[in-house]
Design a protein around this ligand. Structure first.
Ligand SMILES: [Zn+2]
Length: 157
């Protein structure tokens, strides 16, 4: 008999592994802090690391996870009043990190609960114009939606 844990840990695609990692993060991470992890190539597929947090509202240091077997990383964007306008976009430093490391980035916005994917080899960087009430305009990376996290908030509507 295959153990449930072993069966759940291995995925056929990077997308599935990252989506599972972010659903895990949404379930267990403190919503005040950004949380993230990496996807690794393993024999026969891909697996997601457990989510970790640097206990900061912005940014999570995934340095301890990085190695040659890492193909993607994933992280949450919290939905605080301060970062609500940016939560659905990859930040400039998110996009630069994935470009530099040649990894695919996955991000869960805890505002719209969509999971977005940014692949530096395929997607444009800084392709979305984000307007603020101040009149300031910023260009951020939108990537594209590959999944979502079901939440109790949706059930309440
Ligand atoms: Zn980010």
């Amino acid at each position: 008999m295959v153990s449930l844990l072993a069966a759940a840990a291995m995925f056929a695609t990077i997308d599935e592994a990252a989506i599972s990692g972010l659903r895990h993060a949404a379930a267990i991470c403190d919503p005040r802090y950004e949380c993230g992890g990496v996807v690794r190539v393993v024999e026969g597929g891909f697996e997601a690391s457990p989510p970790i947090s640097s206990k900061l509202p912005f940014g999570v240091d995934l340095g301890e996870f990085y190695g040659p077997d890492v193909v993607a990383d994933f992280h949450t964007h919290i939905c605080s009043i301060h970062n609500k306008p940016f939560a659905d976009f990859f930040s400039t430093s998110d996009a630069i990190a994935n470009q530099g490391l040649h990894t695919v980035g996955y991000m869960l916005s805890m505002c719209d609960w969509n999971i977005r994917r940014y692949d530096p080899a395929q997607d444009d960087r800084d392709d979305e114009e984000v307007d603020f009430h101040s009149g300031r305009v910023l260009y951020l990376t939108i990537g594209h939606i590959v999944g979502w996290v079901p939440t109790r908030f949706f059930a309440m509507r």
